[in-house]
Design a protein around this ligand. Structure first.
Ligand SMILES: [Zn+2]
Length: 278
């Protein structure tokens, strides 16, 4: 259930514009996930939609606010990529959907989804909020649309010499390497996806696939499922399309890797700490 808010007192809210979180200039970088006072948002912004989102558990509401894409920022506010708000969260706290990181991710996911679910995908009528579920409802044909969640796998592959496979995607900043990842196709199991992505992206076969942990990743609407696997066979060869370079790295000679707050970093840290050394 999503309700528009009756203006509240001291509560905090998360204000988004596109893929940015909009925060007050004084808010330190390690506190971005804490959001902003709702009263200050209401005071300074006009082109906003305020949405109350039920927390995953309990009676709490998460207040998400969307700002029109072309609206200028008033003095005293700045835009930061939502992803940056996750950097202070190391270890499992980043993965917990019920914690502070989960709150900003849930708000961002729902705000984005609402922006894309304005009209019924079946008959084109303008959707309304469903009265008692977190869903959009078509008043003409009754079609319900729930927040979209697209599963994607990310895999730490080890090779039996104490090394892990890290790849440079052409979308990454120069020098950045991360794990092999990709979306699950319709009809595919998660294990199938792990095998297919390793084959397609770097031309190797893997075995001993094990699930480790997951994380909501609404960039734009993924659920990242973290796995480990062992190299089985094949000559390492980047596809040259998505993956420009892929190499085996030992734990003491790592390249630039993803920042904290992501399941990829969680898997890499876990391996550095001694898990999955094969
Ligand atoms: Zn409809």
């Amino acid at each position: 259930m999503v309700r528009r808010l009756s203006l509240g007192g001291g509560q905090r809210a998360w204000l988004f514009q596109g893929t940015n979180l909009i925060v007050e200039e004084g808010l330190p970088d390690d506190d971005l996930a804490g959001g902003s006072p709702l009263k200050n948002i209401i005071r300074d912004f006009r082109d906003i939609e305020i949405v109350e989102i039920p927390a995953l558990e309990g009676p709490e509401r998460i207040t998400g606010v969307s700002l029109a894409p072309d609206a200028p920022l008033p003095p005293g506010w700045r835009a930061v990529p939502v992803r940056r708000s996750l950097l202070p969260f190391t270890g499992e706290t980043a993965l917990d959907g019920r914690g502070p990181a989960g709150r900003v991710l849930r708000a961002f996911h729902i705000i984005q989804w609402r922006g894309e679910a304005r009209f019924c995908g079946s008959c084109g009528t303008q959707n309304i909020d469903a009265p008692d579920e977190l869903a959009r409802l078509c008043p003409a044909c009754g079609r319900m649309e729930f927040p979209r969640i697209a599963p994607a796998v990310i895999t730490l592959i080890t090779n039996g010499r104490g090394e892990a496979l890290l790849a440079h995607n052409k979308k990454f900043v120069p020098g950045m390497y991360s794990l092999i990842a990709g979306f699950t196709e319709a009809g595919e199991s998660l294990e199938n996806t792990v095998v297919r992505e390793a084959r397609e992206e770097v031309n190797i076969e893997v075995r001993d696939i094990r699930y480790v942990a997951s994380q909501s990743w609404p960039f734009p609407n993924s659920l990242m499922l973290g796995f480990t696997a062992r190299y089985a066979s094949g000559e390492l060869r980047p596809d040259g399309m998505e993956i420009e370079d892929a190499r085996w790295f030992s734990r003491d000679k790592l390249p630039l890797i993803p920042g904290h707050g992501s399941v990829s970093r969680f898997l890499i840290n876990r391996w550095i700490a001694g898990a999955d050394i094969v």
